[in-house]
Design a protein around this ligand. Structure first.
Ligand code: SF4
Ligand code: SF4
Length: 202
């Protein structure tokens, strides 16, 4: 994933250094237990004071997103893991974070091709270097997503279909604690399927 991103970013000469439009305030929901769990693996490694601060920021994030949605707006709230413009869990960030920014394509299961133009900074670079809009380098996300599905199945012991679907912001993943693998039949519909016994290192 990183190689695919770097290849395109290098061709476009895109870097995030000094970017005034930090995209970590873009509203995304994430869909795998694997990423949720990996995020928590990173959170556990942080000092307890920092974990507490992140929990507070995550709660505030969710409150502000809810208010924005009630007003009919798309939330634009800075991710609770972003500190002074940088991701404090860079090695544990999610797939969307890893692929956001550069132009990308994806083929949906129904065959429709989706095209993503990249972030604003990237679009400016593309306009400058590819004024005719041809042969713009892109990351092809379909194979990456397929690989993610395979890894998720492996992680869940082939029982993905028995578990509730994940559709959560990073803040919601933080607040819910690390995921527990409890089957749908054992849960109330709509119940948060995190582990409320999350640990804060003392
Ligand atoms: S991906 Fe684009 S918008 Fe996001 S920080 Fe990098 S240059 Fe800025
Ligand atoms: S996890 Fe890191 S890279 Fe992803 S949105 Fe949050 S701060 Fe940004």
């Amino acid at each position: 994933m990183e190689q695919a991103y770097d290849l395109v970013a290098n061709q476009l000469q895109l870097t995030c250094t000094g970017c005034s439009d930090n995209c970590c305030d873009s509203y995304f929901q994430h869909h795998t237990y694997l990423e949720w769990s990996y995020l928590w693996q990173g959170l556990y490694q942080l000092p307890s004071g920092q974990q507490r601060l992140i929990l507070q920021k995550a709660a505030e994030y969710e409150r502000r997103c809810e208010s924005a949605q009630l007003r009919g707006e798309i939330p634009g709230v800075m991710c609770p893991l972003n500190e002074s413009g940088r991701c404090i869990l860079y090695m544990h960030r999610l797939m969307v974070c890893r692929t956001h920014g550069v132009p990308a394509t994806m083929v949906r299961p129904d065959g429709k091709i989706l095209r993503f133009p990249g972030c604003f900074r990237c679009q400016e670079l593309v306009d400058r270097s590819y004024p005719d809009g041809r042969e713009i380098p892109v990351v092809e996300r379909t194979s990456l997503l397929r690989r993610m599905v395979v890894l998720e199945q492996k992680f869940l012991g082939g029982k993905r279909h028995l578990l509730p679907k994940v559709k959560m912001t990073i803040a919601a993943m933080v607040l819910a604690g690390p995921p527990t693998m409890v089957h749908c039949s054992d849960r109330q519909q709509g119940e948060v399927h995190g582990n409320s016994d999350r640990l804060i290192r003392e």
